[in-house]
Ligand binder design. Structure first.
Ligand code: SAM
Ligand code: SF4
Length: 455
């Protein structure tokens, strides 16, 4: 059994004391994985001072493992066709107001070029659960189209996908396309609640969705992302269930997900649930969720999208988020004409350049690094590299190089000015003369027009 309801409920009902909290925080300081019980103690912590201790521990752990880098990406919606009826989504089949559209390959090329022109290098390809008549071939062709787009010497260097579950053979075909992460959110792990939210179409099969990552792993995809749609059910239950899912994957395949996404429900046209979530998650609880996730699975990336406001995003950097989307549109064609209905409304409407400026002003280094995936440091190999110390040898130089490229090619004057300070500070933090020399030489080459230098 992947999700054991009774066990989760029993774990959540346990009453704790302050001493135990201290022990758990000490354990996380040593970068030890936390048990379901430990996480439940953290989730049930309500005292303000104790919550600040959790935040501080999450911040220290983030700093140790991820340093002060933040990886940036943007979603690319290729189609809003969908046969499901997810109660929270504007693209669901019963929403007759949405004009259905699957972008042509030409349109996908234009959208990708528009994203490249803003400076993006990493894309998350998204679609509803129904493809034009070519079926999965439509998605595979779209991936090739995205990778073929160019803006001068720049191209999309990593494409992740967020797609409906597939059979093993189809996952194999997806893997052949050189995808980065295969991402799928269970939305809610509570089976009964899941049934209420997903009444029609293939997505109504809870188990088929829950076992999607098993099939992806069986097909050889070793880089996967999971997530919960917060607001659909009790967040404490959801987090313990997600960790049970991860435990299942680790026991069966020896590895867990590369990333966890933490979307919160946002208003969506034609959905009552989206505007009045059955289990709303307040901002303070949301921040607690991020910090606890950071502590619970230290080596798993945490992704925060533009569903959240600039304020919450800013606060989340210190609590453990390692990747953010920026300059996002959630409708097919959104980057070129933008008329069609969006999947949900956004909390952050700023451009990539504005977000980058903000990231810099928080003291973080914006990164477009794609090195691990390009050099095959994924799955179990990635875990070897994700140990503290290696970050400064690999991730930091790559972050500095990719950020320098952005400043040279796409940044506004204001961002260039603040970016220069961030680069200088980042350079100081490089661990050895050898790494410093690599970055100095790379930057010289970038200045002379070379692109895509990584280690
Ligand atoms: N259609 C596929 C699926 O459902 O798995 C692919 C991705 S779907 C377009 C992307 C994600 O958007 C969903 O997994 C869901 O978590 C999220 N989503 C849908 N409606 C939302 C809303 N109103 N607010 C926030 N996120 C939403
Ligand atoms: Fe379709 Fe995905 Fe929206 Fe559900 S969340 S209606 S599957 S696009």
């Amino acid at each position: 059994m992947i999700i054991d309801n009774e066990k989760i409920q029993k774990t959540l009902d346990y009453k704790t004391d302050k001493k135990e909290l201290e022990d758990i925080l000490a354990k996380s300081k040593d970068l030890q994985r936390l048990s379901l019980h430990d996480v439940s103690v953290l989730l049930n912590t309500n005292d303000k001072e104790d919550i600040q201790k959790i935040f501080k521990a999450a911040n220290q752990l983030k700093e140790k493992i991820y340093g002060n880098r933040l990886v940036l990406f943007a979603p690319l919606y290729i189609s809003n066709l969908c046969t499901n009826d997810c109660a929270y989504c504007a693209f669901r089949i019963s929403n007759k107001d949405v004009k259905r559209k699957a972008l042509s390959q030409e349109e996908i090329l234009k959208e990708t070029e528009a994203l490249l022109k803003t400076g993006q290098k990493r894309i998350l390809l998204v679609a509803g659960e129904s493809y034009p008549k070519e079926g999965l071939d439509y998605v595979l062709k779209s991936i090739d189209t995205v990778y073929s787009a160019r803006d001068g010497k720049n191209n999309i260097r990593r494409l992740n996908v967020n797609l409906a579950p597939l059979e093993v053979d189809d996952f194999k075909r997806l893997k052949e396309r050189d995808i980065g992460t295969y991402q799928i959110f269970q939305e809610t792990y509570h089976e009964k609640n899941y049934a209420k939210m997903h009444t029609k179409g293939p997505k109504s099969d809870y188990n088929y969705r829950l076992t999607a990552i098993d099939r992806a792993f069986e097909a050889g995809i070793d880089d996967v992302g999971v997530g919960i749609l917060f607001g659909l059910y009790d967040y404490k239950y959801e987090i313990l269930a997600l960790l049970s899912h991860i435990e299942h994957l680790e026991n069966k395949f020896g590895m867990g997900p590369h990333t966890i996404s933490v979307p919160r429900l946002e208003p969506a046209t034609g959905s009552d649930i989206a505007s009045t979530p059955p289990y709303p998650v307040a901002d303070d609880d949301f921040k607690k969720i991020i910090a606890i996730m950071r502590l619970a699975v230290p080596y798993t990336g945490l992704i925060l999208s533009t569903r959240e406001t600039p304020e919450i995003r800013g606060e989340s950097f210190d609590l453990g988020v390692s990747q953010i989307s920026a300059g996002s549109k959630t409708n097919p064609g959104g980057y070129t004409d933008g008329d069609s209905m969006t999947q949900f409304s956004l909390g952050d409407h700023r451009s990539l350049d504005e977000v980058i400026y903000d990231v810099c002003s928080h003291g973080y280094i914006p990164s477009f690094c794609t090195s691990c995936y390009r050099l095959g440091r994924t799955g179990l190999d990635f875990m070897e590299y994700a140990k503290p110390g290696d970050i400064k040898k690999k991730c930091l130089p790559n972050a500095l190089n990719t950020f320098y490229e952005y400043l040279e090619d796409y940044a506004s004057q204001e961002t260039k000015a603040i970016g220069k300070t961030v680069l200088e500070k980042g350079f100081e933090d490089l661990p050895t003369d050898k790494v410093k020399s690599f970055v100095t030489k790379s930057m010289q080459k970038i200045k002379e027009g070379q692109r895509d230098i990584f280690c």
